[in-house]
Design a protein around this ligand. Sequence first.
Ligand code: SF4
Ligand code: SF4
Length: 235
Amino acid sequence: MLFSKTELLDRERHRSLRWACLKSACPQSCCLLPDRTFVVLEEVQGLARHFPVVINIEQEEDGRESKLFCAYFRLREDPKGCLYLKEGTGCLLEGEKPYTCRQYPFFVRGGYLAVDLTCPGFSQQVGAPVWEAEFVNPLFERDFFAYSLRLEEGKARTQELLELLFNLGLVVGGKISYKGVEVSFNMVDERKLAELPPPTLRELIDRGYMSVIYAHLNSLQNWERLINRYLQNSA
Ligand code: SF4
Ligand code: SF4
């Protein structure tokens, strides 16, 4: 299971740690396991072109509830991993991947750099060294931790919009039935949105939220792609 062996990065303990992605030889591809990922506000418009991006309420490890935007990689029942994982090639999205994909298996926890040692790409022998003398290898800073920081920085603004949507009573349960498969999720109610008082609508526009809300609504048509893929894989 991903994230079952996480550790804060420590110069002494991880001095000889190296990492290289095993790609198609990986026995535990991080693209096969999760069915979704949380995304931050600045990602919603781009990712909405590829995935259904919906509103989830999820339980944290400490029991607290979190409101999140989540992009779905596949239907939970689909055994073949993310829609954009191509056998022998890897991710088809390249520069358009969610930040959580880009950072993995590195991340930031409580302001500190951390690693998920369940990724089989870590070893003492193969790949780029995680440490270069006293510093984290700049390769990992640039290509991985940079996205962890964008996720950290984006959380507060994302939360602000989600709280606002819930407080305005705009979040409702939605459902799609397509080719005999039914999917349920939370979404913004477009009718309630249109009925908001003009000053509230103006505020949503001025704060740049309206384009995010419509990207989320447009992304719901991507459920059909996930359902088609699931039906193909289970035929
Ligand atoms: S990042 Fe790690 S878990 Fe993901 S494919 Fe590469 S080696 Fe495997
Ligand atoms: S978007 Fe790409 S990297 Fe992320 S899970 Fe899908 S195939 Fe893997």
